[in-house]
Ligand binder design. Structure first.
Ligand code: PBG
Length: 328
């Protein structure tokens, strides 16, 4: 049976009716706001490719976290820009590192906010790769197993500072197991792991690398991050991370990988997060600045689409704005 018995427009007549039959809801409860933390005091450095987003010193990061919480955002995700970079990423696991300090201050001063830390070495390495690098003439290797020790130490240092959740993003094999063991050995068996399980080698990270000052100084990340052409491999990555003890699994980026989010949602019962990454944000910002697109409508449509694809949690630079938009 089709038309004229069926007219799907019947249920689209009013906003109330449309609301009653809407299948997917976007609420502030799902959103996570990333914050970039840098050394210093009263420092607020704009990131040119991400209008409205700043590198903040710890004091101002606390204010930003407060604002996000007051807007209703339940969680923040911290990234550090260290004072010094070196080939061992020393500041990544320094108890007095910029992220460790920020976690401590935010946990002390902002009530009821979930503080998540990105656990990766790239911003702390002088070469910008996510692991320990071995050079062979003009070739190089990112050493997996040597890197795991440093990642484990970094996660423990974040937990000691008070992190509620740690989020390894380096795409090293075995990173989730290593972190789980390290956390448990240090009495943090209750700190969950949000694994960047299916993280693609993506051009959409460009603006983030400005923000975190973390572009690789040579080569690219394709020997550890995933090939954008692969879908089945993402399912294997997720299965392995869950087996190793991940509590939440992430697909990243989000927009160009909605099919992967959907497939992970359908195949696994763990909570799924999606990262609406820097490039996805900057494209809309740039078009909006030109008057070519409506930022608010586009952003909300994107965030809803990511939810519709199956994400429980959406990490987005629009978190604070979206919280405001959703209320009005
Ligand atoms: C660190 C990391 C990256 C992002 C999150 N964690 C960049 C990268 O892998 O180069 C990207 C986030 C974004 O683009 O918004 N490994």
């Amino acid at each position: 049976m089709g038309f004229p018995e069926h007219r799907l427009r019947r249920l689209r007549g009013t906003p109330q009716l449309r609301g009653m039959v809407r299948e997917t809801h976007l609420a502030v409860d799902h959103l996570v706001m990333p914050i970039f933390v840098r050394p210093g005091e009263q420092q607020k450095s704009p990131i040119p490719s991400m209008p409205g987003i700043f590198q903040l010193s710890v004091d101002l990061a606390v204010e930003e976290a407060k604002e996000a919480r007051n807007a209703g955002v339940p969680a923040v995700l911290l990234f550090g820009i260290p004072g010094e970079k070196d080939p061992r990423a020393t500041e990544a696991y320094d108890p007095n590192g910029v992220v460790q300090e920020a976690v401590q201050e935010i946990k002390e001063r902002v009530a009821d906010l979930v503080v998540i830390t990105d656990v990766c070495l790239c911003a702390y390495m002088n070469h910008g790769h996510c692991g320990v690098v071995e050079q062979h003439g003009d070739r190089f290797d990112v050493l997996n197993d040597l890197t795991l020790d440093l990642i484990g130490q970094t996660a423990v240092s974040h937990a000691k500072a008070g992190a509620d959740l740690v989020a390894p993003s380096g795409m090293m094999d075995g990173m989730v197991r290593k972190i789980r063991e390290a956390l448990d050995e240090n009495g943090f068996e209750r700190v969950p792991i949000l694994s960047y399980a299916a993280k693609y080698a993506s051009a959409f990270y460009g603006p983030f690398r400005d923000a975190a000052e973390s572009p690789p100084q040579f080569g690219d990340r394709s020997t550890y991050q995933m090939d954008p052409g692969n879908r089945r491999e993402a399912l294997r990555e997720v299965a392995l991370d869950l087996e190793e003890g991940a509590d939440i699994v992430m697909v990243k980026p989000a927009l160009a990988y909605l099919d992967v989010i959907r497939e992970v949602r359908d195949r696994f019962d763990a909570p799924v997060a999606a990262y609406n990454v820097s490039g996805e944000f900057s494209m809309v910002k740039a078009a909006a600045a030109n008057g070519w697109i409506d930022e608010r409508a586009t952003a909300l449509e994107i965030l809803r689409a990511i939810r519709r694809a199956g994400a429980d949690i959406v990490i987005t630079y629009w978190a604070k704005d979206a919280a405001r938009w959703l209320r009005s």
